[in-house]
Write a protein that binds this ligand. Sequence first.
Ligand SMILES: Cc1cc2nc3c(=O)[nH]c(=O)nc-3n(C[C@H](O)[C@H](O)[C@H](O)COP(=O)(O)OP(=O)(O)OC[C@H]3O[C@@H](n4cnc5c(N)ncnc54)[C@H](O)[C@@H]3O)c2cc1C
Length: 598
Amino acid sequence: MADIPPSRSRSTESLFSPGQSTPTSSVGDNSSDVHSRQTATTTPTTTTPNTPLTSLTHASLLSPSSSPTTPLTLLTIGFGPASLAIAIALSDHLSSSPSSPSPPVLFLEKQPQFAWHSGMQLAGTQMQISFLKDLATPRDPTSPFSFLNYLYCKGRLQKFINLGTFLPARREYEDYMRWCASHFSRAVRYGTEITRVDAVHNEETGRVDRFNVHWIDTATGEPGRATARNVVVATGGSPAVPTLFAPFITGPDARFIHSSQYATSIPHLSTALLSPSTPQHLVVIGGGQSAAEIYVDLSTRFPSSRITLLVKDTSLRPSDDSPFVNEIFDPDRVTPTFELAAKERAEKRERDKGTNYGVVRLELLERIYSELYAQEVDEADETRWRCRVLNSRTVVGVQRLAGGGSGEGEGEGEGGRGVRLEVARTGVENGERESIEAGLVVFATGYVRDAHVRILEGTRGLLEAERGVAEAAVVETEAAVAVAEVVEAAEEVSPVVEAVGDVAAEEIAPVAEVAVPEAAAAVKEAPATATEAVLPETTPVEKSVEEEVKVAVEVTRAPAVFSVGRDYKVQYAEGAVEDGAGIWLQGFERYAVVDPST
Ligand SMILES: Cc1cc2nc3c(=O)[nH]c(=O)nc-3n(C[C@H](O)[C@H](O)[C@H](O)COP(=O)(O)OP(=O)(O)OC[C@H]3O[C@@H](n4cnc5c(N)ncnc54)[C@H](O)[C@@H]3O)c2cc1C
């Protein structure tokens, strides 16, 4: 992201919210100011005067009703660690060159406040990497946003040193990030779910020089919009839901939850899970860190229930955090990796998978193993154990038990009975099956990182590969054009949609279900390519035209490929977008990196 110029119009301090405080050692109180270290002696104190928020150029743009004639320099979609690191880098840069004017920026986040993987904030869980890889230190060890300065401002530095660890509790690290985020609160709009980005053409040059970013306010359902020259899409992953389970997660059925919702859901489910009408058997599916953590958490949280971990692989496997292999995460490895030919890069990724994907930290594996062994000491027959890890298992069938998941009240009180899983040996899915009746199934089956494909659909026509396709489709869809006018009246048609008929046809089909039944039927028959994986991602908001558009895009077209360069900037067709404007992707997998060797 180094190419985004942090250049104009706000002072560094104006990114910070005002406030002073006395330090505290408790996690969760984020009132300690980031500058407190500058005056601290043995106990940190905060003496920096409140800095007035002098030039809130972006503040008017926080209002959806404003008319953004001057686009923001930078807008990020999502305010997780990736965007927060950008905010910090920008702030640090401005601090070091106070005469630089600061750019108008806006960070948009769908959650109501800063939270980092809140569904996996489990007691006793730790970071999986050194705290030194915090949001600032590798870039600038003198940044006031380092984890060490956070500890110092909180008055816990000495005690943390005494702990003698590089791996803080995940809960503490979330608090560190929340503390960092609190300093940018005036530049962040929470409760804002971005649905779409459209390109805006400069009338004089004919090129795109800015982007309209559309959102839904998750509290009110109101749509809103801002305009920016540079947009960073940093929305993280969406729960990957096995196809088999997709039908079971759409209703109010509390028997299936993804690991990303585990810690936030389980307290509400406890009563139902302990109900006598529910099978006292809880199942976790997956072979990675999250699956192992949830398995352990369930076994302590429900000491009378049976807990089974179903692992597809032949064994749980340890993560590799050895030093040579972990050099792949060093910043100076990015360029050499980018410069590899696509095939070599894919092979390298596969070889290095053990650092991160579908693996478990060794200490946790050893704990699980020793607890299994303790059961064996008491009972030789494994089938009678309370907690089990079953390797080489694949779920091949799911059935709701009578009375289970029928709707109202499910998950509360005496709700239904749960589900029956048909489980086969991995590799012989058509062979012998065992049946497990479960009161709860947690699938720790990872994430898909393709939200940008939906969000950027409105810019798809700018891609070189898409241009001819778009023009051809305009001719074919007369009915759809008629419907486009309906949607235009509903103020949801962007300049790009107006110009590119096929996008309009597909985006608006559900809105037109009554007016143009043929178009609606075509949409229903189309393969639901991305629907299953995407379903649980969004916070429910009031049905709006905009939301309907989003759903339609997902089900009607093969996903576009947004190639990026070394700088993570989307490579639209030559000359389509002006210099100084662009879309940047952060942390996605399903984009094609432009192969420099071709
Ligand atoms: C349980 C768990 C533990 C992990 N532990 C570690 C670790 O120890 N070390 C490590 O390096 N990595 C860890 N990771 C990897 C993790 O991906 C990164 O830590 C980090 O969260 C990535 O940051 P991000 O900003 O790219 O994505 P995210 O953290 O996913 O943040 C994306 C943000 O975008 C928001 N968003 C999504 N869609 C929209 C939308 N349409 N509109 C507006 N906002 C939106 C989301 O609400 C979210 O806040 C862990 C991951 C998990 C799941």
